[in-house]
Design a protein around this ligand. Structure first.
Ligand code: PMP
Length: 438
């Protein structure tokens, strides 16, 4: 397999080697294993359309990465591209505020049942600001989050290690020092222990940050725990932050808030809404968003921004191209009346069911889990080689292994995908890497 894949991805590998000296990219060492080093590189691609990408060797792949979940309608989707092109012809500069930003804020608040919205450039930034405003409003310090979640690369959330006695986050990555983690507490997701800790330490906890359904563990959907969390945080003046960077505008136009009928205090969004352009959004109750600008006031009377503000900013926040693409995304989603998302979700569910039947019968150690249109292969041990075999057979899954179907993944493409998965399993078995009915 190593030889065949190296041949197929010749230019991707050459490119990786050519620029490694000057271009530091950790994706090029993800899962590094000296015995498998020839398979450690990330695909280099400059063309995508619909459900497909092409690498620089001009190989075509069914894309399951879909911009890490930022592409919902398919790559190069004409209505989004046209919107970006139209805006590009007008202006792609920042400085004065784009007239699209207010319009987008209004739309988001209406769709997500939030009161106010602020724009940033990435999910990480949105999470960072969400935590900051929670601390500013509650005037408390601690943040509780959960093992298995991914909230981006904001330093106080960058570890999953904890002190087993205190549950305080513990340093595990060079550069993320303990003092940065001293206000962060980690618990098993869904645990009674976390609820007890929150109740007991309510006077110190500013926020509970939760990825309602963790992208790394999508089959765990603890609705009753989330409801309990909502009730405990509400009674304790703790901000409940839903990180819906993946689930927002994907599982439902109203995200997990709508699906589970739980209103958080602050919600972060990103990915899908940007239509493929960089965006991060903090939405939520005025009580929290007001610390960004002092709250609402009017001209022509005695009103003024009464709330003491913290500070947020960013050169590219409200970038006009991202605003235009986001507005178009919402317009498309709204005009489909929920059907588009429902269809992608259903298609993913059927696909996973069919694959699980196949796996159960033939390769019982393999399985698939999903939440809406997000899915993952469950690949213990040697079964991880499935991803390289899939690449060889024309299916692209990035190193983080979160997979997504989009509106462009038609039944026909999914059938072809299923054939490629089955073929890959068979080939792995022929090479003795996995075993039939093991
Ligand atoms: N929160 C969640 C739930 C995410 O999945 C991600 C990114 N995958 C982030 C935050 C960070 O977003 P970004 O990569 O845009 O910074």
């Amino acid at each position: 397999m190593i030889h065949k894949l190296s041949q197929k991805n010749l230019l991707s590998k050459k490119h990786t080697q050519r620029y490694r000296q000057c271009f530091a990219l950790n994706r090029n060492v993800a899962g590094f294993n000296i015995l498998k080093k020839e398979l450690i590189y990330t695909l280099v691609s400059d063309k995508s359309d619909g459900a497909f990408i092409w690498d620089i060797d001009n190989n075509k792949y069914i894309d399951l990465t879909m911009g890490f979940g930022s592409i919902l309608f398919g790559h190069n989707y004409t209505p989004i591209r046209k919107e970006i092109e139209t805006q590009l012809a007008k202006s792609w500069s920042v400085g004065p505020i784009s007239p699209l930003a207010g319009k987008l804020a209004e739309k988001i608040t209406a769709i997500t049942k939030t009161e106010r919205v602020a724009f940033f450039n990435s999910g990480t930034e949105a999470v960072m600001v969400a935590v900051r405003i929670a601390k500013a409003v509650t005037k408390k310090k601690y943040v509780v989050f959960f093992k298995g979640a991914y909230h981006g690369t904001f330093d106080p959330l960058l570890t999953l290690k904890k002190n087993p006695q205190t549950n305080m986050a513990q340093e595990s990555i060079p550069g993320i020092t303990q003092s940065i983690l001293n206000e962060s507490y980690i618990f098993d997701y869904g645990s009674e222990e976390s609820l007890n800790f929150i109740k007991k330490n309510k006077d110190h906890i500013a926020a509970v940050l939760v990825e309602p359904v963790q992208s790394r563990n999508p089959s765990f959907q603890p609705v009753s725990f989330l409801k309990e969390l909502r009730s405990v945080t509400e009674q304790s003046d703790i901000a409940l932050i839903f990180d819906e960077v993946i689930t927002g505008f994907r599982i439902d136009i109203g995200g997990c808030q709508k699906l589970f009928n739980i209103l958080a205090d602050i919600v972060t969004y990103g990915k899908v809404i940007g239509g493929g352009l960089p965006i991060g959004i903090v939405a939520g109750k005025s009580k929290f968003l007001d610390v960004i600008d002092g709250g609402a006031w009017q001209y022509g009377d005695q009103s003024f921004p009464e709330v003491k503000s913290t500070f947020v900013a960013g050169t590219f926040c409200h970038h006009p191209l991202a605003m235009a693409a986001s507005l178009k995304t919402l317009e498309i989603l709204e005009s489909s009346n929920g059907e588009l998302l429902q269809e992608i979700n259903l298609r993913t569910a059927y696909f996973c069911t069919r694959m699980n039947e196949f796996f159960k019968e033939n390769y019982p150690k393999l399985s698939m889990v999903h939440f809406g249109s997000l899915f993952r292969f469950v690949t213990p041990g040697r079964y991880k080689e499935l991803y390289s075999q899939l690449l060889l057979n024309g299916v692209y899954v990035w190193e983080g292994r979160n997979c997504f179907l989009s509106a462009a993944h038609t039944e026909e493409i999914i059938t072809s995908l299923e054939d490629k998965i089955k073929l890959s399993c068979r080939q792995l078995a022929e090479q003795g890497i996995i075993k039939l009915k093991e």
